[in-house]
Design a protein around this ligand. Structure first.
Ligand code: SAM
Ligand code: SF4
Length: 377
């Protein structure tokens, strides 16, 4: 993996270029506002990883033995996180923040971090992606601190299958209790993220949808991406969006959600249950989202900028480059210099991830070195 250390500034207004290794990397124009890239996109949605650590070992994400966790001095502190969010919001046009990991609930200062961000930004939508272990006891404090919404990852409603996927036994009930508690304290519309793995939980798609609809949660199926530590992903093994829709078909009728997608990764569908005779019920039971990152990519409308737990910008999940901001934060650099480096990193955002190419199972696609948990999903 190549780590870029920020680029020299171009002359005012010019679209200069610099030779980086064998590539020619265009530099961000000095007049650029916000986190723009060369293809006309503007990132306004910040995904910030609070830690690379996790208490589960989902087969599509983490290796069985975990990773070499970052040491404390390499992780962003609470103050550094709050400063970075402030720079993003005040100088770079960030409009939405998602906290993720690893598992953000393992961070002891999570509630304090959210409270501090909320104090500085009363109107910023703040959400959290979590496996929900421990949420039962923290949901109220998170809500009180200013968290708006929560995404919970849940791939199976069967204890044995859950254990097989997460490589940890006896935890499903705690996740379900966490989801209920988040709902009880009013943590917005709760979204449930599910990854289907062929031969393990793919038969559960209808059951997961029924469970979510019954509780008023929005289920989102995520196509499995080649970001696992075990490099076990294959295109044939992946359950595609088309296959997910097919599997839901016997029990549900899906029609495109008329609301604008607006750069959201999930394509949303209104769901009607089928009657015993197979006809759709008149009333809409809820919505389901399908995130088809591999087979129906949405790169051209991507609005995300990612910061890893050690303060590096990743312009794309599938990027092979990262740009260090934490090193700069730890010097006497002012906010403008940090913002500028962040802009430079985003200017180099790749046009697309390339996974949709038919040649994915060949050497065309190079999996990034870091796994989903280490990048921040
Ligand atoms: N630990 C938290 C959780 O599981 O929700 C937050 C981090 S996790 C990396 C964020 C999301 O990424 C989860 O919903 C998880 O299912 C998803 N994810 C992880 N690896 C994935 C992969 N290879 N393909 C698709 N989604 C993945
Ligand atoms: Fe942990 Fe989330 Fe990765 Fe599962 S998906 S191993 S819960 S970081």
């Amino acid at each position: 993996m190549k780590i870029s250390l920020g680029l020299p500034l171009p002359s005012a207004g010019a679209l200069a270029t610099v030779i980086s290794g064998s590539r020619t990397t265009p530099l961000v124009p000095a007049s650029s506002v916000g986190l723009r890239d060369r293809y006309g996109r503007r990132a306004t949605d910040m995904r910030l990883s609070l830690t690379d650590k996790c208490n589960l070992r989902c087969t599509y994400c983490m290796p069985a033995d975990g990773l070499n966790w970052l040491t404390k001095k390499h992780l962003m502190t609470d103050n550094e996180i709050v400063r970075l969010v402030r720079i993003g919001v005040e100088q770079l046009g960030i409009r939405e923040l998602r906290l993720t990991g690893g598992e953000p609930l393992v961070r002891a200062d999570l509630v304090d971090i959210i409270r501090a961000i909320r104090t500085s930004h009363p109107d910023l939508p703040i959400s959290l992606t979590t496996n929900a272990l421990g949420l039962e006891n923290k949901a109220q404090a998170l809500k009180d601190a200013g968290l708006n919404r929560i995404n919970i990852s849940l791939d199976s409603l069967h204890p044995d299958t859950f254990a097989q996927l997460t490589r940890r036994p006896l935890l499903l009930n705690r996740v379900l209790a966490g989801a209920e508690e988040a709902d009880r304290v009013g943590l917005g519309l709760i979204k449930i993220n599910a990854v289907l793995v062929r031969g393990v939980n793919d038969h559960e798609a209808p059951q997961l949808l029924d469970w979510a609809l019954t509780r008023g949660f929005e289920l989102r199926f995520i196509e499995q991406m080649p970001l696992d530590a075990d490099h076990g992903w294959t295109r044939k093994g992946m359950i595609s969006a088309a296959e997910i829709r097919q599997r839901l078909e016997p029990g549900f009728v899906l029609t495109p959600d008329p609301r604008q997608r607006g750069g959201a990764p999930a394509e949303r569908w209104e769901v009607r249950r089928r009657t015993a005779g197979g006809a759709p019920n008149a009333g809409v039971a809820g919505t389901v989202g399908i995130i088809a990152s591999v087979t129906e990519p949405f790169c051209s409308d991507c609005r995300r900028t990612r910061i890893t737990a050690e303060g590096k910008v990743r312009s794309c999940l599938f990027s092979h480059e990262e740009t260090d901001l934490l090193g700069l934060l730890r010097t006497d650099a002012d906010d403008g210099a940090v913002a500028r480096r962040w802009q430079e990193a985003m200017w180099g955002k790749p046009k697309a991830h390339g996974m949709d190419n038919a040649g994915l199972d060949t050497a065309d696609y190079v999996q990034p070195e870091r796994t989903m948990s280490a990048i921040g999903g």
